[in-house]
Design a protein around this ligand. Structure first.
Ligand code: DAK
Length: 260
């Protein structure tokens, strides 16, 4: 699939996916969602990639939400399809076997915050503004926002944000635990690349298994989650990477992981 609305750049085993509709604040229409789903499905199986960054084109917006102009033309059936497509795109990000980091460079609203929440964690520019203002338009967050935000920051804060449509400055988003790190605008991408590169040096199979177990466990009781952890852990011992990691430690040299 060739992409019209996203840019895919791969450098030093890190893929950067840029939502590229700057004139519409990178708003998500059905075509963008299809492309996000496709690119993440492909990246998940790409052995060369160690981490993925998601960001928005231009200086103003990460993604300012679902495309409001497109939604204004939709019938209820169209909206149902749009809902399914949005879930499929966010799930492809969420379930990508690679670590996925959102570099939030500006407005991150509605479906844009839902996209960032589907990533593993968020770094944001000092200029970023984050919120779920859908109720201003007479709808509510329908691409995972009600679920992922409440799981991340707790029901009380998520309800306040969603019911009031209040848009947070980046410092408050950091204090709420939505954003892991606040960066100067000009340092955002280099900070995200640095953490992606650091993660990229680790055992890829171990990182992917840790991601999967964290995801599976967050829907379970602690005891059930510990069972998942126990079941997955021996898979590390089936990898060449584990032998390499242990040998490298004992030989006092950096490990060279192959992802198998
Ligand atoms: N959609 C389409 N175009 C948008 C847009 C959006 N979400 N946000 C901005 N734009 C466009 C503007 O219309 C404008 O286009 P032109 O007039 O130049 O053609 C251009 O981007 C620049 O925007 P502004 O002129 O408004 O720029 P400002 O700096 O003055 O304001 C702003 C920036 C981000 C504060 C403002 O644009 C704004 O409030 N945008 C809307 C933010 C918003 O309400 N976002 C939530 C959208 S609703 C579903 C599940 C989920 C969803 C939908 C369905 N189903 C299950 C079916 C999700 C819904 C949402 O995300």
């Amino acid at each position: 699939m060739s992409y019209q609305n996203i840019l895919l750049q791969i450098q030093d085993a890190i893929a950067t996916v840029t939502i590229n509709r700057e004139k519409a604040m990178n708003a998500l229409n059905p075509d963008v969602l299809r492309e996000i789903k496709d690119v993440f499905t492909n990246l998940t199986g790409n052995q060369e990639i160690r981490a993925v960054i998601v960001t928005g084109a231009g200086e103003k917006a990460f993604v300012a939400g679902a495309d409001i102009a497109a939604m204004s033309q939709m019938t209820p059936q169209d909206a149902q399809e749009f809902g399914k497509l949005g879930h499929a795109a966010m799930d492809a990000v969420d379930q990508c076997a690679k670590p996925v980091i959102a570099a939030v460079n500006g407005f991150c609203l509605g479906g844009g915050l839902e996209l960032a929440l589907a990533c593993d964690f968020i770094y944001a520019s000092e200029k970023a503004k984050l919120g779920l203002p859908e109720v201003n338009l007479g709808l509510f967050p329908g691409w995972g926002g009600t679920q992922r935000l409440a799981r991340l920051i707790g029901k009380g804060r998520a309800k306040e944000m969603i019911f009031s449509a209040r848009i947070l400055g980046v410092q408050e988003a950091y204090e709420f635990g939505i954003v892991n790190k606040v960066c100067k605008p000009e340092e955002l991408l280099s900070s995200v690349r640095a953490v992606a590169a650091e993660i990229g040096k680790k055992g890829p199979v171990a990182v992917a298994l840790a991601k999967r177990v964290i995801h599976e466990g967050s829907d379970l009781s602690l005891l059930q989650g510990l069972v998942k952890e126990r079941e997955s852990f021996p898979k590390c011992f089936e990898t060449e990477d584990l032998k390499e990691g242990l040998a490298a430690f004992l030989e006092k040299r950096p490990a060279q992981f192959k992802g198998k």
